[in-house]
Ligand binder design. Structure first.
Ligand SMILES: Cc1ncc(COP(=O)(O)O)c(C=O)c1O
Length: 369
């Protein structure tokens, strides 16, 4: 029996997501004592101490299932964002909010519009659900909202917009998004992925939550990035109660574990920590921009915690070189960006080591020419 004959048709040609290599794996495989990971847009500082403290208080209850409704976390988020508890759904990372939106709204054969290059999970999860994918090219590494609007048909069901985008780090502004939303059919769900929301330090960032009562819309955010809880998997969706109820119908009952719920609850209270991470990221980003300029290396002006850097045809080799020397970064081949690498902003010493090694590599390449 051929497995292709029995497996779900939508996944036969699916390429699974390849995450950044874990630090321990690289240490083990390459026999290194110290490895820096600048590959997955994680928070390099660690989790907030308040979150760690909260985890300790729930350890003795691990024999119990977690709260299926995540009541206290939703209650706290509602207060924090001045919304209603019914406007929230908590997910196993914001990845799950993407998956739930597709499961709840997409009928097989309907169209999903994504952009390129963007977060790869939209494509993977949409394909699993049998979507017809429409891929709209970005313009100068920014979401091309006009082109997206033009590609809408009467089969379009969901449009994904990562704002700011990963891997580009660019964003679309309030005016652009408001103009875009005008006139789009209310039978289409707009998904605004704001995983990097907290890093956005610009006055013209759109208030997408203001759309939720006007039209079908899901806004997703996460505790994985600025809050430093990627390992626990907790993110959330904001929408009208009607949309939230639809997402709730297709979620696993116990999708968010008790440690994650407790940690996220306390992390929200630690806004000083958040501000510290935002500052560190901004300083690291400015340092890296300055160094790339000094070395005459092209990069995309990012507003978030990763930078897309143009290296040319030696990008793959640079990734290998950095890995051998203890720095994991992202090879952009999976996005078809063969000339680029993506680096996440790390701690000061991590950013400095990255620059030293890139410079060393480029000098070596120059000599060998
Ligand atoms: C744009 C974007 N959305 C969503 C996610 C998923 O984050 P999580 O599932 O950890 O909340 C990521 C992770 O890198 C991302 O870059």
């Amino acid at each position: 029996m051929e497995i292709e004959n029995i497996v779900r048709k939508t996944i036969i040609d699916l390429k699974p997501y390849t995450p950044g290599k874990p630090i321990e794996e690289v240490k083990r495989e390459l026999g290194l004592d110290e490895v820096f990971k600048l590959a997955s847009n994680e928070n390099p500082v660690g989790p907030s101490p308040k979150a760690i403290g909260a985890i300790n208080t729930v350890l003795n209850n691990l024999n119990r299932y977690p709260d299926a409704s995540c009541f206290y976390l939703k209650e706290k988020l509602a207060k924090f964002w001045k919304l209603d508890i019914d406007n929230f759904i908590i997910g196993n990372g914001s990845d799950e909010i993407i998956a739930l939106t597709l499961k709840a709204f997409l009928n097989p054969g309907e169209e999903v519009i994504i952009s390129n290059p963007t977060f790869l999970m939209y494509e993977i999860l949409a394909k699993i659900e049998g979507a017809v994918l429409k891929v709209v090219a970005m313009k100068n590494f920014r979401y091309d909202l006009d082109a997206i609007k033009k590609s809408i048909t009467d089969r379009t069901k969901i449009i994904f917009i990562a704002n700011p985008d990963n891997p580009c780090g660019t964003y679309v502004n309030k005016k652009e998004v408001e103009d875009f939303v005008k006139g789009i059919s209310k039978e289409i769900v707009l998904f605004f992925d704001e995983a990097y929301y907290e890093f956005m330090d610009v006055v013209d960032y759109p208030d997408t939550v203001s759309f939720i009562n006007e039209r079908p819309c899901v806004v997703s955010r996460t505790f994985s990035k600025v809050y430093g809880l990627a390992g626990l998997r907790v993110g959330y969706g904001i929408a009208t109660p009607e949309v939230i109820q639809c997402l709730g119908k297709v979620k696993d009952p116990f999708n968010v574990n008790s440690l994650a719920q407790a940690a996220a609850l306390s992390a929200l209270d630690d806004q000083d920590f958040v501000q510290g991470v935002v500052r560190l990221t901004k300083n690291g980003r400015e340092y890296l921009f300055k160094e790339f300029k000094r070395m005459d290396i092209e990069y995309i002006e990012s507003y978030t915690n990763c930078i897309l850097v143009k290296i040319g045809d030696k990008s793959g080799e640079l990734c290998e070189y950095l890995l051998k020397n203890g720095i994991i970064i992202r090879n952009m081949a999976a996005w078809g960006l063969y000339d680029y690498i993506r680096v996440s902003i790390g701690l000061e010493n991590e950013n400095e080591k990255l620059i030293v090694l890139i410079e060393e590599f480029l000098k070596k390449e120059e000599k060998e020419k």
